[in-house]
Design a protein. Structure first.
Lengths: 48, 377
């Protein structure tokens, strides 16, 4: 149960970052999302 | 400098880039979940899974292989554990070396080369350790995974703030993922406690007489080049010590503290009545004073910072410019296994376990590990 809550939190923040990626008007701010989002996705899929 | 504009197209492009990063890094991380092949010699009598002793471990990342060697003659029953801490590679490589070479003439030998298999599926964060190290063989390098001391958090999460282990000792939360703090284990506990419980079940079911746990420690750690023994194994360890010293290896004895709970050398003896020892060799690659981590540091064991620390008198073992290579650490473990079996035979002849084709430590030192390992696939 705790794991599910954790994964839902990771999913929420991942979606939030993707939303930010599309709303952001500065390219370098968009680019900064990549390394953070990659870590969140790896954890979301329980790879790392 | 003019700021570049972010557009919907750049967002999509970066999202694709993120997916590619995840794909390639994820593939690399996932490859660590695949165990490296072991090629048992013709002395192998059987291959089991640890879950056969405790079904609660079945289909979990904690399940691991048990290799059985059986002699024709009656004798004792010995368990050898490697890979309880996957960042201590001499334990794994010694176990693999035994599996690929030995035959048992008398008695039974159980070998678990990757006691904490989950720990091999990741590496310690922020250490910069290589995922694998390469042992040279005549047919090319043979790769082994260099894991973490702890169970993969993907397999066991979250850590408690304070871990109360099955022996009743309070430890920091991450120790809940340290197999050698989780004995005698719990059938309904954390994954690591289940692994410990399954090993205890193997010891009880197979009526093991002697358990040998192979480890390594950092050169600045005081318990090093040592046999740590349960008090029921004091005479056995003392006899083995003389034998190992006869083979020109520095080694000393450390009594297992009675109030230090959760460790193999304590709980195997207390909870299963088995003779229990843990053997330590010096490993620079998981010490705090090392320079850049690399496969070469694991295998060749050379590190100029440790050499300097040794000159300053900061270490508990001599550490020269030539380093402490893996072949020396494995030769030490092989010498310790051989000496402990000889001592068991001397003290209790009916429990003797006699091995054939055990690579002599001097030959390992002279020819290297590759001469005694199966060529890579």
């Amino acid at each position: 149960m705790l794991r599910l809550v954790y994964l839902l939190m990771v999913l929420y923040w991942s979606l939030h970052m993707i939303w930010y990626l599309f709303r952001q008007k500065k390219f370098w701010n968009q680019a900064l999302v990549v390394p953070v989002l990659a870590l969140f996705l790896l954890r979301l899929f329980l790879i790392k | 400098m003019k700021e570049s504009a972010g557009t919907r197209l750049s967002a999509v492009t970066l999202l694709i880039l993120t997916a590619l990063v995840c794909f390639f890094s994820g593939r690399s991380f996932r490859s660590l979940h695949e165990p490296e092949p072991i090629f048992p010699g013709d002395g192998l009598a059987g291959r089991k899974l640890l879950s056969e002793y405790f079904p609660g471990l079945k289909n979990t990342p904690g399940d691991t292989e048990v290799f059985l060697f059986q002699g024709k003659g009656e004798g004792g029953r010995v368990l050898i554990l490697g890979g309880a801490h996957p960042n201590e590679p001499a334990g794994l490589v010694t176990a693999v070396l035994l599996i690929e070479n030995i035959r048992v003439e008398r008695g039974s030998l159980f070998i678990i080369p990757r006691a904490n298999d989950s720990g091999f599926s990741h590496s310690d964060p922020q250490e910069g350790n290589p995922q694998r190290f390469a042992v040279p063989t005549p047919s090319g390098p043979r790769l082994f995974r260099l894991g973490s001391r702890l169970t993969n958090p993907v397999h066991q999460w979250p850590d408690p703030a304070i871990y109360l282990n099955p022996g009743g000792q309070k430890l920091s939360g991450i120790e809940a993922r340290n197999l050698n703090r989780c004995y005698p284990g719990k059938p309904t506990g954390y994954l690591t406690e289940k692994i410990a419980y399954a090993i205890m079940e193997l010891i009880r079911t197979e009526r093991i007489d002697l358990g040998i746990d192979l480890h390594e420690s950092a050169p600045e750690y005081p318990v090093i080049n040592a046999i740590v023994f349960h008090e029921n194994s004091a005479e056995l360890a003392a006899l083995a010590l003389m034998d190992i010293q006869d083979q020109n290896f520095d080694i000393r004895l450390e009594a297992s503290p009675i109030n230090l709970r959760g460790l193999s050398h304590r709980e195997w003896g207390d909870h299963a009545g088995v003779k229990a020892v843990l053997v330590e060799t010096p490993n620079a690659s998981h010490g705090r004073l090392k320079g850049a981590p690399s496969s070469s540091l694991v295998v060749d064991g050379k590190d100029k910072f440790y050499a300097r620390a040794s000159r300053l008198g900061w270490l508990f073992v001599p550490f020269g410019e030539e380093g402490i290579p893996l072949r020396l650490r494995v030769a030490r473990h092989v010498a310790a296994v051989s000496a402990l079996l000889s001592s068991l035979e001397a003290l209790e002849p009916e429990k003797a376990v006699l091995l054939e084709r055990l690579p002599p430590p001097a030959a390992i030192l002279e020819k290297g590990l590759g001469a005694f390992l199966h060529p890579p696939e």
